[in-house]
Design a protein around this ligand. Sequence first.
Ligand code: ADP
Ligand code: MG
Length: 686
Amino acid sequence: MDENSGIRELKGIGEKAGKTFAKVGVHTIGDLLHYYPRGYEVYEDPVTVGELEEGRTMTVTGAIYGRVQVGGTPKMQITTLYLKDLTGILKVVWYRMPFLRKMFARGGVVTLRGRIVCKREGLVMEHPEIFYPSIKYEEKRASLQPVYPLTSGLTNNAVLKAMKQAVESADPGEGILPEAIQKRYGLAGYGEAVRGIHFPETKEEFYHARERLVFEEFLLFILSLRMTKEQEDRMLNQYCFREQEMIEEFLKKLPYELTDAQKSVWRDIRQDMTGIHVMSRLVQGDVGSGKTVVALLAMLFAGLNGFQAALMAPTEVLARQHFENMKRDLLQYEIPLHIGLLTGSMTVKEKKEIYGRISSGEVDLIIGTHALIQEKVQYQNLALVVTDEQHRFGVKQRESLAGKGACPHILVMSATPIPRTLAIILYGDLDISVINELPKNRLPIRNCVVDTGYRNTAYQFMKKQIFSGRQCYIICPMVEESDSLEAENVTDYTETIREVMGRGITVACLHGKMKQAEKDGIMERFSRNEIQVLVSTTVIEVGIDVPNASVIMIENAERFGLAQLHQLRGRVGRGRHQSYCIFMSASKSEETRERLEILNQSNDGFFIAGEDLRLRGPGDLFGIRQSGILDFRLGDVFQDSKILKDASETAGLLLEEDPKLEKPEYCRLRKAFEHVITKNSLETTL
Ligand code: ADP
Ligand code: MG
């Protein structure tokens, strides 16, 4: 068995399991070995029922009390067990596992490890892992257990079993790093790294393994950037742009004046678009700094010059929002341009229609998701592509545009607060402009970090805000990484909120499992204030702009990275109303408090990212709580900035020595790099 063998060669993996693994992109042993844990759990000593705390994952041992029952609905069967020890009785539930009932004997002693939540009837343990008989827990006690990303049908145990076999019996191959580089940076060997990332026996082993894999990941990414940059360098601007009076008029009619930062970025863009070379520009600006209007200006500039401009958003909800807003703006400011929307979930008929209007040049501005760059779309004269909140505008995507005969200006908008030195590495092929001030009319968001005892007060506060005309977001508690459970959880929670809010207030929920049309509908109604409270998972994280929303409450705030919390908070404070952000956390740990306190103190993305890094220190990677910036599989741009710099230096040296990586010792590297490019383009074709 080697890295290229199919996963079915492992014992215990049949057709069905094979299909489940395929869902998460694991087809070969090599894929499996690269399926990294999202964290590690330490199986600590069991506590008593009386010691359980809400919001934590804990282990408890006790006797099965009474009969195990199965209730709920046929679609969502709930198995309930009561566990008793000297200090009390705990209710335990499992979802969709009715067969468990037969497993337990009354009075038997069982050890359960799961998350403790607070329900109406008190503390409940949800969906715990079972150690029955209890002695089974001993094997795991105090050890580090990998926790894998899962999907429905794929359990952690299944991945664990497969992984154990693969690590023990398959030849992992040699990895892609040339030996000289491995030596120079004192990195772990490949086999060692693979073993160490899945089954570390000590923290040191884990760090060492991770360092090597992160180095590889960064190196590949940087190479893919640089190698295309070489080809792309000095692309000439083939579009003729003239100043457009209508843009000045538009700016005059806007209800606000651009900030100085916005003006300066707009100047950069205008210069690029009228310059000798095509534009490749990154606009960095904190949440709410007003990037959209800058993008719109660039698009109008293209449109009024007789060209097409496309705006690509990471989600359909966001694409639709941009479309609706810009359509309204065109109408309101009497700009004679046509706008169209293209998203993946549109019907074939709708798509055909818009394809036609794009290729005939009937629409000037096209808003959409990745569907915008798919083969079937033929532009008449595309001169500008804007990507919003898109961390990786992949190499392949550019190529695919160039393949359409176009070499458009490219503008990337991002709220990711990356220090300049790192940005230059990560976006090596882009010029950078920064919007470093917020619009003047903004009142700073008021923050508070509270524990769950404050919940009712928070609800009452939201009610008050709603009665004075505002709207609220509630980011729902997350459950384990299972989509269906997550959906269930949000729906449940929404019910509770509906009860609390009472009549006259419309509450709706939004989660990843919903159909696109349904999501769009809800977002639209929310933006028209037909919905006052939106209960949501993190799907609303990026970009959504409803200035009338003034409160966001984030449940289980301790489970998010600070950068992500900052993004979430950015959904409010976008208008003239005083806005509030409530971080709800059941965690009593000092460290959690301190982390959340940073958000409490500051609304500045750069500062927060820096503090997050300082607080986490190099030791905290253990939980792999990433800052959530850029979607690397393992690497974290902030945390691993040293590795990023080393990888960047290495990429430079390699390319200097062998620009096309043709030497035999770089062959594996080149192959992997080609693989990465294809993979990136697949990943982004959502
Ligand atoms: P982001 O940078 O997060 O994408 P948006 O572009 O969505 O932010 O802008 C947030 C809100 O601020 C929008 O409602 C927008 O109309 C408004 N806005 C943008 N620029 C200004 C400005 N110069 N003065 C006042 N409000 C502005
Ligand atoms: Mg935005």
